[in-house]
Ligand binder design. Structure first.
Ligand SMILES: [Cu+2]
Length: 137
């Protein structure tokens, strides 16, 4: 390795070490998706794993807090079809299963197409929001 290359490598290593700690990893075996809100990282999976149009399903959601943020006080989950400008016909019920785990029951996608999950985490007077698109046929 020549000197210039060695110097570049050292500079890159220093830059990498200066980055903030990487996002926390929520504990959820078989999570379908992991989303980052900045303050939180959220993972979810549906029950049953394959969502069927016109049938109720649940979401299991695990959360972890980044960089000393308190765990969320509450979570809400909703879903919309942005192209059709409508939401679900049912309002899901949210249960807190543990400090880091929530369960949303009673969701239903009543028509095929693109749905967007909308997660809101509230803590210390602030709300973090993250959306995730899913297409169902
Ligand atoms: Cu629709």
């Amino acid at each position: 390795m020549n000197t210039t290359k060695a110097r570049e490598t050292a500079a890159i290593a220093a830059a990498l070490m200066a980055l903030p700690a990487s996002a926390c990893v929520p504990e959820l075996a078989g999570a379908a998706r992991t989303l980052d809100t900045g303050r939180y990282t959220l993972a979810y999976r549906s029950v049953p794993p394959k969502i069927a149009v016109g049938e109720h399903f649940s979401l299991e959601v695990a959360v972890c807090a980044n960089g000393g943020t308190p765990l969320p006080d509450s979570l809400s989950v909703d879903a919309q079809m942005p192209e059709h400008r409508h939401g679900m016909n049912y309002k899901p019920g949210i249960k807190r299963v543990s400090a880091t785990r929530f369960r949303a029951d009673g969701l239903m996608f009543h028509m095929p197409g693109r749905w967007e999950f909308d997660f809101e985490l509230r803590a210390a007077g602030r709300t973090d929001r993250v959306k995730q698109s899913e297409v169902f046929e």
